[in-house]
Design a protein around this ligand. Structure first.
Ligand code: AMP
Length: 219
């Protein structure tokens, strides 16, 4: 099964698309943001080191993030194929990932950049929330559940917003994206692995383009 990276600024739809690909192809979503939030909630040493940086919208150190990814890649379910969501975010992490993949005899098949404009990112992030039970994503103006108090997917009645989804932190995360992560577009283009998708449009159309890119890479 294919291994792929979803690149893009916060709010590009990486998490949403990764969830759809997981349902469609059984791929494993490896989100460093989710793993770090778990580490913070559990109070592990990595979580304690990451907490403040995450609250400020900064980037957690390459060493911490790479160690978390390395551990996750040792689980047998990576054989399903992995979607790297939110990792790598720096050229240092990309090089560390190259080393990890070769050490674990895994290969990268495609890197998809989800391209969105900064203004859209701010608008998307400031209105987003998820079902606390199943993780289904919603947005205050674009996508509310048909009954506003119940999740369409699982019927859950609790919703949550991320602590770092506020205007100040989003601006910081966007700066981080442009300074540290956008150079990865050229890095993976140089390796012949890059596909770019205009991610300003309809979620299901973007999903189809992504599925096509993956099928081509896996052929
Ligand atoms: P995300 O859920 O991908 O938006 O990540 C939330 C926060 O976790 C980011 O703003 C960073 O503080 C941290 N984070 C997630 N992934 C990484 C990464 N690959 N490198 C550094 N920090 C990360």
């Amino acid at each position: 099964m294919p291994n792929l990276i979803l690149l893009g600024p916060p709010g590009a739809g990486k998490g949403t698309q990764a969830r759809m690909l997981t349902e469609k192809f059984g791929l494993l979503q490896l989100s460093t943001g989710d793993l770090l939030r778990e580490a913070v909630a559990e109070g592990t040493p990595a979580g304690k080191a990451a907490k403040e940086v995450m609250e400020a919208g900064g980037l957690v150190s390459d060493d911490i993030v790479t160690a978390i990814v390395s551990d996750r890649l040792d689980q047998p379910d990576v054989a399903q194929g992995v979607i790297f969501d939110g990792f790598p975010r720096t050229v240092g992490q990309a090089k560390a990932l190259d080393a990890l993949l070769s050490e674990k005899s895994l290969e990268l098949d495609v890197v998809v950049s989800l391209d969105v404009q900064d203004e859209a990112v701010i608008e998307r992030i400031s209105g987003r929330y998820t079902c606390a039970t199943c993780g289904e994503g919603y947005h205050d103006t674009h996508e509310t559940p048909s009954n506003p108090d119940l999740c369409d997917s699982c019927g859950g009645s609790e919703f949550k917003r991320r602590a770092d989804d506020n205007a100040e932190t989003v601006a910081q995360r966007l700066r981080g994206y442009h300074a540290e992560t956008a150079p990865l577009i050229a890095y993976y283009d140089g390796k012949g692995l890059l596909k770019r998708i205009d991610a300003m449009g309809d979620i299901s159309v973007i999903g189809q383009q992504l599925a096509t890119a993956i099928a081509q890479a896996d052929a």
